[in-house]
Design a protein around this ligand. Structure first.
Ligand SMILES: Cc1cc2nc3c(=O)[nH]c(=O)nc-3n(C[C@H](O)[C@H](O)[C@H](O)COP(=O)(O)OP(=O)(O)OC[C@H]3O[C@@H](n4cnc5c(N)ncnc54)[C@H](O)[C@@H]3O)c2cc1C
Length: 614
């Protein structure tokens, strides 16, 4: 740190610290106040909660709503659905817990002003599918932010959290977090009795399809930088199912969503020759995964698999047949509105490529893989379950507490619970907050202590990329290449290349094996060594540097888990070519990891899957 720096250290005291003000963070902040009337509730966000996270641009549907008031579905039905989609492996206790509370959350959204469409005939919410209800959702996120703002003691926007702080009096107990303000550069030390990590999932760990001019155009928000995983991993929290990356079938080049098209507009897909191809692959899929292919609905990964195989067989591109549906003016409006409410970019791409879906059936393709815990995938932290429902092996105190005391999580952060989506993530934030308040109350005067040596050391580490740049900048060759440091973008591209080629990205047809993973891990270790030499020109680049650090650690976790699970559980998401079949005898289990930041070693283990719902 330069001798004459004007960078201040700001201390913030809190009872509950919520990291990330997206869907689950807003839910956690709101609910913390409900149960903890006198507590100091602080939410810290690297962007601005008004428009941050995956819902920043708005959504057109809430994808998780039971409709219990009309007896449409019961929580058990949702557990069965998620279990089937994830090829048998979900934390049923956590999923059930969300499903039983999610309707109440959605009713609050409506009360707060979110326009939910209604079926004019029945008066019920307009269904897009069995679990989805349609909304006018451009302002979804600002509405959630308002609820959080009113509940919080303080919201700190524009602060990138880089590390958690541990209690100096008791090992394995969290005591707060540190980060820096991306606008004024001040260093922030947050002291907390409980911390809820709600920092979203991870894009840009695998090389995206759009590079160069299109870089940044990804399905998952480019700012989702894996902090939700890296922060707990750094302090030794156990992670689960990190191999379970997700690949999405989406409209080509704009990543526009297809759900409303399939479910509401009743469009369907065909190969380049106008043939239905899914049935063609059924038998070969059955040989790989057994009966899972006969389930209804067919698991998401298996539908991807059929598309991928058809393209590999030379009968691509795959197209969505929109011409028929778009003849109906109502459906045409719905089709366009679906994009305008959440993925405007897809409408722009179609306009720029002369695609009018009334005249041309648009192409579909599969995305690069992403890591997240709330969509049709369930990577994340291993958390304690609800007292009244979780098997004893899944309980170690407080609901949604990780294996580190006082450290909670929600949304994309928590593993094992797929299909929570926006409403389920907000709900899980509420669940985690209620438990965190109880934890804080139970602590009484036993307050965690932050360690000055620890946070002062981190202060030096955090700003080091700016020092590196300052010292090495005169050695720059070719504009951006330096012998003394690497820029965050260079590091990111190196990471994406390693993950793509060795861990099963698009360039490798989502395929990997033990030798590839072993080599990939070696290359990741070398990349990690070089991260000590990151150079950051300004605060914006400093944020990029720390996002990269988080992405690399999460990627290492993905590679370790992928190596550990010796089967191909989710064809269409990724393939272990050396173990090409699903293996329920040995791998009907969760994979767990624990990282030791001192030694850099990963400990892997299996945990049982309990089927609580019949
Ligand atoms: C493309 C896409 C489409 C989707 N479509 C739908 C849909 O149609 N319907 C539906 O119901 N759900 C949908 N979802 C799912 C829904 O958006 C997610 O389930 C939900 O947003 C997850 O909530 P979260 O709080 O975990 O993450 P997010 O809402 O993404 O929030 C994470 C927050 O953490 C902040 N953050 C990250 N790192 C840090 C850090 N280091 N320091 C401080 N702050 C940090 C981020 O800025 C962000 O505000 C979609 C998701 C995606 C990606």
């Amino acid at each position: 740190m330069g001798l004459f720096t004007r960078r201040k250290t700001v201390f913030v005291d809190s009872d509950i610290l919520v990291i990330g003000g997206g869907m689950s963070g807003c839910g956690a902040t709101y609910e913390s106040r409900y149960w903890g009337r006198d507590l100091k509730i602080v939410c810290v966000e690297k962007a601005n909660i008004e428009r941050s996270g995956a819902v920043a641009q708005g959504l057109y549907a809430i994808n998780c709503y039971m409709g219990m008031q009309w007896d449409e579905n019961q929580p058990e039905d949702h557990v069965r659905y998620a279990r089937n989609d994830l090829m048998g492996l979900v934390r049923e206790d956590l999923g059930y817990d969300i499903a039983r509370h999610v309707d109440a959350t959605v009713h609050k959204f409506e009360e707060w002003g979110l326009p939910i469409m209604r079926d004019p005939e029945t008066g019920r919410y307009q269904r897009e599918g069995k679990w989805q209800i349609m909304i006018h959702g451009e302002s979804y996120k600002p509405i959630m932010a308002e609820a959080a703002r009113k509940a919080a003691t303080e919201i700190y926007n524009r602060i990138m959290v880089t590390h958690l702080l541990m209690d100096k009096t008791r090992p394995n107990r969290v005591a707060g977090a540190v980060g820096f303000n991306v606008r004024d550069g001040n260093f922030y030390v947050f002291q907390a009795k409980a911390v809820i990590v709600a920092a979203g999932g991870a894009s840009h760990i695998f090389k995206p399809r759009s590079v160069g001019e299109g870089m940044g155009r990804t399905w998952y928000a480019p700012w989702s930088s894996a902090s939700a995983y890296a922060l707990p991993i750094q302090v030794g929290a156990k992670m689960t199912q990190m191999e379970n990356r997700i690949v999405l079938t989406r409209f080509k080049d704009g990543y526009g969503p297809v759900g409303a098209y399939f479910l509401h507009l009743k469009t369907y897909t065909e190969n380049a020759y106008g043939e239905d191809y899914e049935a063609y692959w059924r038998d070969s899929i059955e040989q790989m995964v057994g009966d899972y292919v006969n389930r209804h609905p067919v698991p998401t990964c298996l539908r991807n698999h059929a598309l991928l195989e058809e393209v590999k067989a030379g009968r691509g591109p795959i197209r969505m047949v929109t011409k028929e549906a778009f003849k109906d003016p109502h459906k045409e409006t719905v089709g366009w509105e679906n994009f305008l409410g959440m993925t405007i970019g897809q409408a722009v791409v179609w306009a720029s490529q002369n695609i009018d879906p009334k005249e041309i059936n648009p192409e579909l393709t599969t995305s690069e893989p992403y890591v997240m815990g709330s969509h049709a995938t369930c990577s994340g932290a291993w958390a304690s379950g609800p007292e009244d429902y979780a098997p004893s092996e899944y309980q170690w105190g407080y609901n949604r507490m990780m294996t580190v005391d006082g450290l909670f999580g929600a949304g994309d952060t928590i593993g094992g619970t797929a299909h929570k989506f926006s409403s389920g993530s907000f709900t899980e934030g509420r669940i985690a907050a209620k438990a965190a308040v109880k934890y804080v109350t139970d602590l009484g005067n036993d307050r965690p202590q932050i360690d000055e040596t620890e946070y002062q050391g981190l202060k030096t580490v955090i700003y080091q990329p700016m020092e590196n740049y300052e010292i090495g900048r005169n050695e720059i060759v070719a504009g951006t290449v330096s012998p003394s440091y690497i820029l965050p973008l260079h590091g990111l591209q190196r990471l994406e290349k390693i993950m793509d080629e060795y861990v099963g990205g698009i360039g490798a047809h989502y395929t990997t094996n033990e030798p590839l993973l072993t080599r990939g891990l070696e290359l990741l270790t070398m990349l990690k060594e070089d991260l000590a030499h990151l150079g950051a020109e300004d605060l914006h680049q400093l944020q990029r540097a720390w996002e990269l650090q988080h992405r690399v650690l999460a990627s290492e976790s993905v590679a370790q888990h992928t190596l550990f699970r010796q089967e191909t559980r989710w064809p269409g998401y990724y393939y272990r070519a050396d173990h090409p079949k699903l293996d329920d005898t040995d791998w009907h289990c969760f994979t767990l990891s624990r990282y030791d930041s001192e030694s850099g070693e990963w400990e892997m283990e299996k945990a049982p899957v309990y089927h609580i719902v019949d």
